[in-house]
Design a protein around this ligand. Structure first.
Ligand code: WQD
Length: 340
């Protein structure tokens, strides 16, 4: 069964390709290599022994998207990761984000419409909730006005899917709202490859541990939380990848009430920044050099998932712990920096 994974050479995409191949799916990756490398293909193959088909082009090129679907008429589903995802950059370059994240989605859906099986999984984000009024955050929590163009493209993407599914019953779509994906595959053959200075916490921690960064700046310790630092739901990327396979199988079996569903993907447990640092120090036996500095603009105080819907309707639950994720992230960092 052929499945398209856009952005399949990226962090979450590559881990999902591995789990799809483990389940026997034939994977076709579309990636424009703007935020990934062809070497990731070798990493995937070294884990599963199978080479996904790789098509290098930009989903903003409508004619290339049309040509692709002509060449692969038997696709059973699409998992759409390809998007720009840096919150800060999106504030500086909003039009880049609307063009890339919205037009690629529209071109894909226009082609999928013509296929017998229009199964579509959309990579969304807990960022749509902003600072939720209640914790843990359930799928019924109100979507708040986006705090960044990046977050807005996720909200708009979900609205586009909702409208398409409403008017075309043969469409089957699921939006997966990720909390904070971290970690790497246990083999350390694939992992997160941030370009330049990492914006996200965990790659910055591991790069500091590896000596690439002098110290971690902790953005504020005056929040109303257990230790004053922000709380997030850090989910192991392999657990997240497995959720995509389960969601795809749900679409293919069409075992669900409506043709558009949303699921939160998190562990259900919140961890503070200092608790993540303590986890890193525990699993590595290293002392992390960090300094408390001022708050970062746009950070929410706390966000962690209510996981009942994913547990009950998807039959999926995160299995790996924060320590598992930090240990895998560190193993990956050492692997790519040739640290023993
Ligand atoms: C986590 C916590 C920071 C870096 C973002 C996007 C979200 C998704 C994941 C794409 C916060 C603190 C961080 C640092 C720090 N992206 N921190 N020092 O902001 O929760 O989510 O990335 O899909 O959509 O919004 O993740 O890892 O940037 O921050 O203290 O150097 O770590 O303040 O409390 P975030 P993050």
């Amino acid at each position: 069964m052929q499945i398209v994974v856009t952005g399949g050479l990226g962090f979450i995409g590559s881990h999902t390709v591995v789990e799809l191949q483990n389940e026997g799916f034939e994977v076709i990756i579309i990636d424009n290599l703007s935020n990934s490398s062809r070497d990731v293909l070798d990493g995937i193959k070294s884990i599963t022994g199978k080479s996904p088909i790789f098509e290098e082009f930009d989903l903003r090129e409508k004619s290339k998207v049309q040509d692709f679907f002509k060449r692969y008429p038997n696709i059973k589903g699409v998992i759409h990761f390809a998007a720009s995802k840096a919150v800060g950059e999106s504030v500086q370059e909003p039009l880049l984000y609307y063009e890339n994240n919205i037009s690629s989605l529209v071109y894909l859906l226009q082609e999928l419409k013509a296929l017998p099986d229009a199964n579509f999984i959309f990579s969304s984000s807990c960022t749509v909730y902003g600072q939720a009024d209640e914790l843990p955050i359930s799928e019924n929590a109100p979507v708040k006005p986006a705090e960044s163009p990046y977050g807005n493209t996720k909200q708009i993407g979900e609205e586009i899917l909702k409208d398409v599914c409403k008017i075309d019953a043969h469409f089957n779509a699921i939006a997966l709202r990720y909390f904070n994906p971290i970690g790497a595959h246990s083999t350390a053959k694939i992992g997160e490859l941030p370009i330049g200075v990492p914006q996200n916490l965990v790659p910055f921690i591991t790069q500091t541990g590896a000596g690439l960064r002098e110290k971690l700046s902790v953005f504020g310790d005056d929040y109303p939380t257990v230790d004053g630092t922000c709380i997030r739901d850090y989910i192991h990327v392999v657990d997240l990848a497995k959720a995509h396979v389960v969601a795809l199988q749900r679409l293919i079996k069409s075992k669900h009430k409506s043709n558009f569903e949303v699921f939160n993907l998190g562990t259900g447990k919140g961890s503070s920044v200092l608790e993540v640092i303590q986890s890193f120090e525990r699993v590595t036996d290293l002392k992390l050099n960090y300094q408390i500095v001022g708050r970062r603009e746009g950070d929410v105080i706390a966000a962690y998932a209510e996981t009942t819907k994913a547990n009950q309707d998807l039959g999926w639950k995160a299995q790996l712990t924060l320590d598992d994720a930090m240990a895998s992230a560190w193993k990956w960092e050492k692997q790519i920096r040739n640290i023993k």
